[in-house]
Design a protein. Structure first.
Length: 251
């Protein structure tokens, strides 16, 4: 259990701005194993959002509070995944082949498509959260970051890393496998069942289909994934999760 707890801490340190893995040795193998606990860390992030929602719900209008919740999620994760989706959209819009896409994605500047994509992702996430029925809001706040981080486990487990020069994402992708996928998927399934009942299993099924679509797309367009792709997938699935909760759980 000690090793698993250390892997949880590594996952938390990578996915958030909190220094929870000080004095822990970081190796590519340990980073890869920590992927198994990405959905669990997502639940912890969601728990923080639930607590904030409860603490401020009596004092702020829902529209303002939901905006603060989205800002808190961004701050807690250091906008790590938003950077990924901006880079990916710029690359897909401007690159004619895989090399061109990867070259644009590596550029730290944000282009027009990246900026528009960031705006739309944040707007969709905010509006979707705002329209989630109040009785399912806490469940949605827990489930959304869990599902968003689960898709990273899936992509890392079933795709190859494509930057020949290496990168942080490569440590996860190169050392992810069946164990990480199984633990992460069981975590998501249990979360869906506990939070939404049998409809939660249906939500997980739909999210799983979206993950399969992402795998096929990135394999066809890029030949694999990078760290930016993993981050972009997280943002896309977080938005999709809120939309699915709206569609499946609303009266």
């Amino acid at each position: 259990m000690k090793r698993e707890w250390q892997e949880v801490r590594l996952a938390g340190a990578f996915l958030t701005v909190f220094p929870v893995a000080r004095n822990l040795e970081t190796t590519p193998e340990r980073l890869g194993r920590s992927l198994a606990f990405f959905p669990a860390v997502g639940l912890l992030i969601g728990l923080g959002l639930v607590v904030l929602n409860w603490a401020l719900g009596a004092f702020l209008p829902r529209a303002v509070l939901d905006c603060l919740l989205i800002l808190t999620l961004i701050a807690a994760t250091g906008a790590l995944h938003l950077d990924g989706i901006a880079d990916l959209l710029d690359g897909l819009a401007g690159g004619k082949d895989r090399e061109g896409i990867l070259r644009i994605m590596k550029d730290s500047r944000v282009g027009a498509m990246g900026a528009v994509g960031l705006i739309m992702v944040l707007l969709l996430k905010y509006l979707s959260l705002y329209n989630v029925p109040e009785e399912f809001k806490s469940a949605a706040l827990l489930f959304m970051p869990c599902a968003g981080r689960w898709v990273q486990v899936v992509l890392a487990s079933f795709c190859r890393y494509i930057r020949p020069e290496g990168g942080t994402g490569g440590a996860f992708v190169d050392h992810a496998g069946e164990r990480e996928f199984l633990i992460g998927t069981v975590t998501l399934l249990l979360a869906g069942l506990v939070l939404f009942g049998l409809k939660g299993i249906f939500l997980v099924f739909l999210i799983g289909l979206s993950a399969m679509v992402l795998i096929r797309f990135f394999e066809a367009r890029l030949g694999g994934v990078t760290g930016d792709v993993l981050g972009a997938a997280t943002e896309a699935v977080e938005v999709l999760t809120l939309l699915l909760v709206l569609a499946v759980m609303s009266p």
